[in-house]
Design a protein around this ligand. Structure first.
Ligand SMILES: C[S@@+](CC[C@H](N)C(=O)[O-])C[C@H]1O[C@@H](n2cnc3c(N)ncnc32)[C@H](O)[C@@H]1O
Length: 186
């Protein structure tokens, strides 16, 4: 969502509507959405932020420090799945997050979903970014450049699967690159 002010505005609003205090973010890059989250949660709020690359996080870190919100962030440099599995081993983590933002590799969205759903409380929100994949989800495969086809397929499968997931209410917001807002209902 790095270059999408409408998506950022929506996410900031959602964080405040649900009074999010404990959140998790998969895919940090330079920390644009992370900073937005840190600014939208209370001073004693916490964000578990996971990315395979600490170097890009460190590019944005001076801005996070300048904003006075670094103390809310627990940055973990790792593949996301082992971190999620470790969190789930601690029973206290289950249902303990108010909000999750998923914006990493698209081919793992389904794998993230099953884990994140256990971590977020009933009534909590999970946001998946890029679910329109620059509109390519509505195009025939031949019209899509080859380098975007695999991710397009993963996103289409993911979108289909969460659309019929009885554990969620969902709404695909057509802002930025498409943000699917999921509310855990059971
Ligand atoms: C689109 S960027 C995130 C942008 C960020 N959320 C923002 O709005 O500014 C995707 C990030 O996901 C990270 N990533 C990719 N695969 C990952 C994985 N398996 N586990 C954790 N992070 C991953 C990449 O290193 C990259 O920084």
């Amino acid at each position: 969502m790095s270059a999408a002010p409408d998506a950022a505005q929506l996410m900031g609003m959602l964080l405040k509507i649900v009074n999010a205090k404990k959140t998790i973010e998969i895919g940090v890059y330079t920390g644009y959405s992370l900073l937005l989250t840190a600014l939208s949660i209370p001073d004693d709020g916490k964000i578990v932020a996971i990315d395979i690359n600490r170097e890009t996080y460190e590019i944005g870190l001076p801005i996070i420090r300048k904003a006075g919100v670094e103390h809310k962030i627990d940055f973990i440099e790792s593949q996301a799945i082992p971190v999620l599995d470790k969190l789930l081993k601690n029973l206290k983590s289950e249902g303990s997050f108010d909000f999750a933002f998923v914006d990493a590799n698209k081919d793992d969205y389904m794998n993230y979903h099953e884990r994140i759903l256990k971590l977020v409380k009933v009534g909590g929100l999970i946001i998946y970014d890029n679910t329109l994949w620059r509109g390519t989800v509505a195009l025939p495969e031949e019209a899509v450049s080859e380098d975007r086809r695999d991710s397009r397929r993963s996103i289409i499968e993911f979108n289909k699967s969460i659309a019929i997931d009885h554990r969620l209410e969902i709404s695909l917001a057509p802002c930025g690159d498409g943000m699917t807002i999921c509310r855990r209902i059971c």
